[in-house]
Write a protein that binds this ligand. Sequence first.
Ligand code: ADP
Ligand code: MG
Length: 580
Amino acid sequence: MTRLFNDPDDFLDELTEGFVAASGRWVRAVPGGVVRSTRSPEPTVAIVIGGGSGHYPAFAGLVGPGLAHGAAMGNLFASPSTQRAYSVAKEADQGRGVLFSYGNYAGDVLNFDAAQDQLKAEGIDCRTVLVTDDIWSAPPDEFEKRRGIAGDLTVFKVAGAAAEEGASLDEVERLARHTNDRTRSFGVAFDGCTLPGKSEPLFTVPQGRMAVGLGIHGEPGIDETDVPTADELAELFVSRLLQEVPEGVEVSGARVVPILNGLGSVKYEELFVVYRSVDRLLRAAGVEVVDPEVGEFCTSFDMAGCSLTLLWLGNEPGGELERLWTAPADTPAFRRGSVSEREHVDSSATAAAQKTIPPASDESRHAATYIADLLARMAEAIDAQADELGRMDSVAGDGDHGIGMQRGSRAGARAARSAADAGAGAGTTLAEAGDAWSDQGGGTSGVIWGRILQTLGKTLGDEAPVNAAVVAAAVGEARDVVMGFGKAKVGDKTMVDAIVPFADDLSASVEAGRPLRVAWPQAAAVAEQAAQQTADMAAKLGRARSHGDKSIGTPDPGAVSFALICTTVAGELPPADGAG
Ligand code: ADP
Ligand code: MG
């Protein structure tokens, strides 16, 4: 239960404001998140971490000397947008390149990758190391598909310490990757979490039961047992993690850092009782315990649960990883040793750049007004279905599709209205709506809808009249962009299963000479049917992937919301072709 908040929509902004006010010693606010408020004596590689909010101290609490340089902050449990990741990285960059590191989730990957492309296009070297420590999210031979949980800390810490020592981007990247290869985590949950303003938890675990392998956004676990004793839980954690020893490490004599992480509402005292047995069991197995951590490092709002992470340093005392893990660090939530005094930088946040509206033809401006109306209707339609979309997403995903689409479509509608009111053409209006949608919506669907609207805008432009042929071509272009960017194919159970038949049907009808007011509603009906048919499929991509079979019987939420938007637009088309 989250008890203390004002307007739930303002939660991210307000928590950020309070966090920065309380942590000025380490951080300052920048658009999209926070960066250090101190300067390193010499320029270093910048470590930029991030993800959805709700996991404190991940991610903003880990920014400071010896650890990260910046954290991109998304909405609750939603990936930060591309713009946010880009903007934080730009602020954090010191001319020696940027390392992005974050937990492996589809929405984060899409957004950080897009930000990385943008940085590279500007000549800033940028690399990415994904954290994939959760052993239950994919089998060992698909290690790179696993999601990231509390093992984030080991990768961030080693990368941060290496950067602090002056290592090059190549070297920092290598060490971060090596640390991830040596990190394994195992999580359990006893109860779900409730986001601000929600009356129902995002997910639940039956009373007296424990979900094994459940993810930090409530992604379903792989098993359920009765709640064990503290000793039994330690035994389960340790015995399972000892079956997954990284290559090249000998258990006997191995030097290991255990991190026992509380997920939000498990007491430190309970964790210590569990840790007592973890420590004994590891030593009994012949492991050398090095510099352990017990506490909260990656939470999941008020979820009741905990995880054990093991970082396998190697068999030699004082090796590279050990030196970097134990190096000094000073951040709001993680402090170790003593870090040299730092000079503070001016903490006033950078002012947002003034946007200029490019010139547009009268026809295109007329279409823009119409597009702004359409976006407003779309947001209303999403509002009415938000709970149902969230429910579908909670079957095998993380339950946030409804709120993400709601936030995104509202922001898109607002941005489109203000662009159109300022005299923008159709292209600019759609582009502005896309930026706002991906920024506020977050998650996978946010970035994809952002790209859809931006692509439509690019194809429509600000000059040419908007007619059926142009619209069909723009929709086809958006389909190609989404598939190229998100890498989903038809049959993977994503939005693509609705986009492809929709775009194909629309272009065939328009080519056959049908006007948009006939062709669009017909294509929308095809999309609706295709979306419903995804119920028969098993998910292969995204957060739902690790629990693909659980989704059989429920349609893909992103495909359903796509079809809903197509149908909404169909009901708003003017009687004769002209605008959008
Ligand atoms: P998240 O997955 O980040 O929680 P949402 O819940 O808002 O984001 O959106 C989930 C939807 O995103 C899925 O139902 C699916 O339709 C869509 N999706 C996920 N991955 C892809 C992809 N690679 N390409 C196209 N659509 C995708
Ligand atoms: Mg989701």
